[in-house]
Design a protein around this ligand. Structure first.
Ligand code: HEM
Length: 484
């Protein structure tokens, strides 16, 4: 079998796993929703489980204790990202901040992004943008409410996130020449797919699933968009050259210069590297934030009790005669619990982003090969009845009343943003945006399902990619509820 004697090291075996087939290993087991398949398999084989994806060894991690071992105790060994066809083709040879291999260049670009995009003062500096755009959104929903029109909430939320992503990262208003959100959505689908070409190399040329073809197309379209944006920037006579520079200005001002002149290894930024950084950022920012919103609205529509309780809390703190401000957020304790509950059930990146081991290592007596694919099943951890009691499937924010379990990467029961070196640097930015828009839309409107649909009939089907988007859009009927 695959796990023959050569895989024994110091008498240690690889972690347990199901029997595999020749050549394809376990690829045939995955199904359409692999996070669910892996959850079922881990119940039988344990929280550190071996799989073989064609020729690639993979370890599936499915408990808080195991996640702590991989993302904290031995974080440095697992801080690499695998090079897969998706990142090679769609992220300029795996050179963006989320896809690049672990090392000094990654550290420098991550530091740059943190300083220019994710720091508390930068997040704060985008507050007027969020406020303005949420205001516009509320006005448009108000019109629909007056006309008793059902609205596509998924689309409105996606447009909102697209607009602020453009402003924050690309430093410009949304541009109707490009379907950025469509391209990003396609990137997410392709980057999350288990691509046979990655695992069974001799089949790569055949492109059985048609993924290579789709990746080439989306990367070409993305490149046209990024090239156009960068060219227009360079030709813009008003481009900033003082202290009000935005993210893309700052990045472009480093063109042909080292990103960190003090570093022992000098990495000069060229145009392709800049495109790769931007691309990874817009994909990571848009897809996760928009998907989170769509699941939050889904759970609220399906659980009118929770929606009412949230509305009541905001009403008590803010009052019905004005809109929510971001400064109200720290007072909204129920909203905070609600978001933790949301990420427990819907960690939008079910497997985080794949990690890869950089050396052979023995963990809990199990031998793990260098270059193993590490799949942390954050989705399964959120639904483990041993951690969360029997009502795991229920959307019940009150479970956090007496619980300090937080979602920021310290508590391994709840890791929607991952943890450790490769954990999400955009966490606070994403959370700030999502919480504000959820609070505002629930405060300004009552929401009902269309055509007398009952909450329990509301469809919660998922599709699968790097994130788990809803299968279908959400339609709902708003009623304005503020007195002004
Ligand atoms: C609700 C919103 C968000 C969620 C749930 C989320 C989730 C995640 C997860 C699970 C990872 C992978 C962690 C790992 O592999 O261990 C990640 C990585 C990343 N996220 Fe986020 N994210 C969100 C928002 C954002 C935003 C708004 C940005 C940027 C503006 C962003 C930028 C990134 C980047 C650059 C990485 C890669 C980090 C690295 O490889 O070093 N994320 N995110």
């Amino acid at each position: 079998t695959f796990f023959g004697p050569k895989h024994l090291k110091n008498g240690c075996k690889p972690p347990p796993g199901p029997p595999s087939l020749p050549i394809i290993g376990h690829l045939h087991l995955l199904g359409n929703l692999p996070h669910r398949t892996f959850e079922t398999l881990a119940k039988k084989y344990g929280p550190i489980m071996s799989l073989r994806l064609g020729s690639v060894p993979a370890i599936v991690v499915s408990s808080p204790e195991a996640a702590r071992l991989f993302l904290k105790t031995h974080d440095a060994v697992f801080a690499n990202r695998p090079k897969i066809q998706a990142t090679e083709l769609m992220s300029y040879g795996s050179t963006g901040v989320a896809t690049i291999e672990y090392g000094p260049y990654w550290r420098n670009i991550r530091k740059f992004c943190t300083l220019e995009l994710f720091s508390p003062s930068k997040i704060e500096s985008f507050a007027p943008l969020r406020k303005n755009e949420v205001g516009i959104l509320v006005e448009s929903i108000k019109k629909a409410a007056i006309a008793h029109e059902v609205i596509d909430l998924t689309l409105l939320a996606a447009d909102f996130i697209e607009t602020i992503t453009y402003e924050m990262i690309l430093g410009r208003s949304k541009d109707d020449r490009f379907d950025m959100k469509g391209l990003i959505h396609e990137c997410g689908r392709l980057a999350g797919a288990f691509n046979i070409s990655d695992y069974v190399p001799f089949l790569a040329g055949i492109d059985l699933q048609g993924l290579t073809r789709d990746m080439k197309k989306v990367s070409k379209d993305m490149d046209v968009m990024l090239e156009t944006i960068m060219e227009e920037y360079e030709q813009d006579p008003n481009k900033q050259n003082g202290h009000h520079m935005n993210f893309i200005d700052k990045l472009l001002s480093l063109l042909h210069k080292p990103i960190n002149p003090q570093d022992e290894e000098i990495h000069v930024l060229d145009k392709t590297k800049i495109k790769a950084i931007i691309l990874d950022l817009i994909v990571a920012a848009y897809e996760s934030t928009a998907t989170t919103l769509s699941w939050t609205f889904s759970e609220l529509l399906r659980n009118p009790r929770v929606m009412k309780k949230l509305q009541q809390e905001i009403q008590n703190v803010v009052g019905l005669n004005k809109m929510v401000e971001e400064t109200d957020m720290p007072k909204l304790k129920y909203l905070d619990m609600l978001m933790r509950e949301l990420f427990r059930l819907h960690p939008v990146a079910p497997f985080l982003i794949a990690h890869e081991s950089m050396e052979d290592i023995t963990i809990n007596g199990y031998f793990i090969n260098k270059k193993s694919r590490i799949i942390v099943n954050a989705w399964a951890i959120g639904r483990d009845p041993k951690i969360w009691s029997e009502n795991v499937e229920e959307f019940y924010p009150e479970r956090f009343i007496d619980s300090n379990i937080d979602l920021k990467g310290r508590d391994f029961e709840l890791i929607p943003f991952g943890s450790g070196r490769r954990g999400c640097p955009g966490m606070n930015l994403g959370l700030t945006t999502d919480k504000f828009i959820v609070a505002q839309l629930m405060h300004c409107f009552d929401w009902e399902l269309p055509n007398g649909m009952k909450p329990e009939e509301f469809d919660m089907n998922e599709s699968f990619g790097l994130t788990i988007p809803r299968d279908k859009h959400i339609f709902a009927l708003p009623t304005y509820r503020l007195v002004q």
